[in-house]
Design a protein around this ligand. Structure first.
Ligand SMILES: Nc1ncnc2c1ncn2[C@@H]1O[C@H](COP(=O)(O)OP(=O)(O)OP(=O)(O)O)[C@@H](O)[C@H]1O
Ligand SMILES: [Mg+2]
Length: 313
């Protein structure tokens, strides 16, 4: 079902400045990193540190202010930073599967039709489309719900359909911006497992952003962004999988689930303070503020429980 292997993605000195009325934000301040096929890299970092910006630039949704993005391998070489917006649309359709932070299914199309849409844009025949869409929905465990509309699916199911949509055209590069943010741990695990399979069985290049230590621990590498800069690289030590020796050799810092959970717990108060500030400035409404804060508080509880259960509080 997935014949195209991943491609190497190299970003060099990547800078992104957003200009808006009355000011500008330097969202990325010179990021350099290489992402290999058959590897799953996770971008972590506080809210506003530039995770979405980095994924958007690699995915060709936006253009960098400076620096380069080179995609290569399998006889392909694309200088993404040089492409026009029109060429970027093509690049995206051909090479990138994007799972967005906010759900982006089309409400008037069924799950199956949503998955078929990118294949239609790529010019695949109706029969092939349908067959492939059903296979993709089966991969994410939703074959029997192919005829449902997004509103007839749970948030977790919608996110899994969104993953099937992202995989429709067999993209070498899969980008996922907080793919598990709205999900309970069961659904989060299902989503993470699908992404892992894409890396292990099909050699895809997967880059995701997450705030969730339970997701981060399942990846091959964690890059930490702060204020638009890469400030650290870690090798997750998943005790269930027991990797580690390799990381020690390469001199990359290792990190365990317990350590990741502690880092996340330490940043939750910061996130809440930031939301309070946004609320005070009128940047977000009352409902959004309360729902986000209560989600963070639930997450804090869940993480504290998890920490206790793995015996390292
Ligand atoms: N279109 C835009 N116009 C102006 N500023 C922007 C725009 N998009 C992002 N920013 C700013 O750029 C910075 C990085 O934003 P980005 O969305 O990449 O952060 P993030 O790490 O994904 O955060 P989160 O964890 O909240 O999703 C922030 O200061 C943000 O306010
Ligand atoms: Mg983001």
């Amino acid at each position: 079902m997935f014949g195209r292997r991943g491609l190497k993605v190299e970003v060099r000195d990547l800078v992104k400045i957003y200009k808006y009325k009355g000011g500008e934000v330097q969202a990325l301040r010179g990021v350099t990193a290489t992402f290999m096929p058959g590897k799953m890299t996770c971008i972590m970092g506080p809210s506003g540190s530039g995770k979405t910006t980095l994924l958007n630039l690699v995915g060709g949704i936006d253009k960098p202010t400076g620096g380069s993005i080179l995609v290569s391998g399998e006889g392909v070489e694309v200088r993404v930073h040089d492409l026009s917006f029109r060429a970027l649309d093509k690049y995206r359709l051909q090479y990138v599967g994007f799972v967005f932070q906010a759900l982006n299914l089309i409400p008037t199309l069924t799950a199956e039709e949503n998955v078929e849409l990118p294949m239609m844009l790529a010019g695949m025949s109706k029969r092939e489309r349908k067959e492939r869409a059903l296979k993709l929905l089966e991969l994410v465990g939703l074959k029997e719900k192919a005829g449902r509309y997004p509103e007839e699916l749970s948030g977790g199911e919608q996110q899994r359909v969104a993953i099937a949509v992202a995989l429709a055209n067999d993209p070498p590069i899969i980008l996922a911006d907080e793919p598990t943010a709205e999900l309970d741990s069961e659904n989060a695990r299902a989503v993470t497992n699908v992404l892992r399979r894409l890396v292990e069985e099909f050699g895809k290049t997967v880059i995701l952003s997450t705030h969730d230590p339970r997701v981060a621990i399942k990846t091959d590498r964690i890059l930490r962004l702060e204020d638009g800069r890469l400030v650290g690289e870690y090798r997750p030590i998943d005790l269930e999988k027991s990797a580690g020796a390799e990381a020690a050799k390469e001199g990359v810092a290792q990190v365990t689930l317990a350590e990741l959970i502690k880092m996340r717990l330490a940043s939750i108060d910061e996130d809440i303070a930031r939301l309070e500030e946004e609320f005070r400035k009128g940047l977000i409404g009352r409902d959004e503020f309360y729902s986000k804060v209560s989600r963070l508080e639930r997450l804090r509880e869940a993480l504290q429980e998890l920490l206790t259960s793995i015996g390292s509080s």
